[in-house]
Design a protein around this ligand. Structure first.
Ligand code: PMP
Length: 387
């Protein structure tokens, strides 16, 4: 098999599983219990917090563990909005944010907020000038992702962070697609709130976190026993959090070298796919994640390509797994100015630690034939060939 869907599902690193095992067997203490087993569990959480913090240069704030990036985005946007709604009720977001950001903004919209969605260019780069122009006296939060999980485009977050800070507005960055792929440094970004995800760095699923800069307040969206400094109630997922911490520690040591390796594979894969006629790259040609290849093929549906490749033991995606459930084309590709049929003809390959040169050879043995076969079934294609 050749697996090219790392953005939607990552295997957990063996070393992470090893670190988690004791917390699923012998170390049964609840971090809120005052006995020694409880204290051990609490210490395990604090160690994990430290490791995640080290990966993002997060000493000037704290990390609140959540069930994943979606919850962290909800906590950042809804939690910040509700906390500061008396100060202002205007929020700015890019139009290619993950649905967990877009829908958090829409939730606030239904609750008395105004939201401005900022357009992106053909490569998916957000219009920075437009962000600056959109900031008003009642703007309290700007949210822009670090990188897009679907098209791989990396945003100029440092530049945006400076502008936002000058205006005295809080800045949220969703770094779940970029963590462990490129440098995520909360200081350089000038970010106040940063969303993180564990599975994207070979940690377990169902764990994530929100970096909150010292002095920034959010209102909890999950209330109960007051765990995680009152910001995220519920008994902590100790094993998962320990796994996230271990994955962060490994990522800090290893991600740069791995990113260089994947970048070479990515460039080779892009070059070879683009040799197929009427095939185009989605996203930015240079400012893109080292593991992201998103291409579109005229005259065919990405969905049919995914299924045809699946039959050959090759796994790819049409877009992020979250949006591919709806039959709507990807909002990200549409925001980049693609026509509906262009968006529907798009295919996403995301590389990871397990991929080798042989995987690419295997894919390229199959892909041109599948594309040709599917195109032959398309009346539009045959017509374009004079058939
Ligand atoms: N933000 C971004 C940028 C993503 O790519 C994703 C999907 N991996 C999420 C948020 C949501 O992550 P999860 O489904 O793990 O909550």
């Amino acid at each position: 098999m050749a697996y090219f869907d790392y953005a939607n599902g990552c295997p957990v690193d063996e070393r992470v599983i090893e670190a988690m095992m004791p917390y699923m067997t012998d170390e049964i203490g609840n971090p809120s219990s005052v006995h020694s087993l409880g204290l051990k569990a609490r210490k395990a959480l604090d160690d994990a917090r430290e490791k995640v913090s080290m990966l993002i240069n997060g000493a000037e704030g704290d990390i609140i563990f959540t069930s994943g990036a979606t919850e962290a985005n909800n906590l950042a946007i809804i939690g910040y909005g509700m906390r500061y709604k008396r100060k202002g009720n205007h929020i700015i977001a890019s139009s290619i944010e993950h649905m967990s950001v877009i829908n958090s903004c829409k939730f606030l919209q239904k609750n008395g907020f105004e939201v401005t969605f900022i357009p992106v260019d053909r490569n998916g780069i957000v219009d920075v000038e437009e962000i600056e122009k959109s900031i008003r006296p009642d703007t309290i939060l700007v949210t822009v992702q670090h990188a897009n999980g679907e098209i791989g485009t990396i945003q100029p977050v440092e530049e945006i962070g400076k502008i936002v800070k000058e205006k005295g507005v809080a800045f949220h960055v969703d770094a779940s697609a970029s963590l462990g792929k490129i440098e995520v440094d909360v200081e350089r970004m000038g970010a106040d709130l940063v969303t993180l995800s564990s599975n994207d760095i070979y940690g377990p699923r169902g764990v994530g976190g929100l970096f909150i800069r010292r002095g920034i307040r959010v209102q909890p969206i999950i209330v109960g026993g007051g765990q995680e400094k009152g910001l995220r109630s519920g008994t902590e997922n100790v094993a998962g959090i320990v796994g996230f911490g271990k994955a962060a520690e490994i990522a800090k040591e290893e991600y740069k070298e791995e990113a260089r390796r994947e970048e070479k594979l990515r460039d080779e894969l892009i070059a070879r796919i683009l040799e197929i006629e009427e095939t185009y790259l989605n996203g930015h040609p240079e400012l893109r994640l080292p593991n992201n290849v998103n291409v579109r093929f005229s005259y065919i549906e990405g969905e049919s390509l995914v299924l045809s490749l699946d039959m050959e033991g090759i796994y790819a995606s049409t877009a992020s797994a979250c949006t591919s459930k709806t039959l709507e084309p990807s909002h990200v590709l549409i925001a980049c100015g693609l026509k509906h049929e262009e968006a529907h003809g798009s295919l996403l390959f995301t590389l990871g630690k397990g991929n080798t040169e042989e995987d690419i050879d295997r894919l390229m043995e199959v892909l041109p034939k599948v594309v040709e076969r599917l195109r032959m079934m398309s009346p539009l294609y045959r017509k374009s060939k004079g058939g």
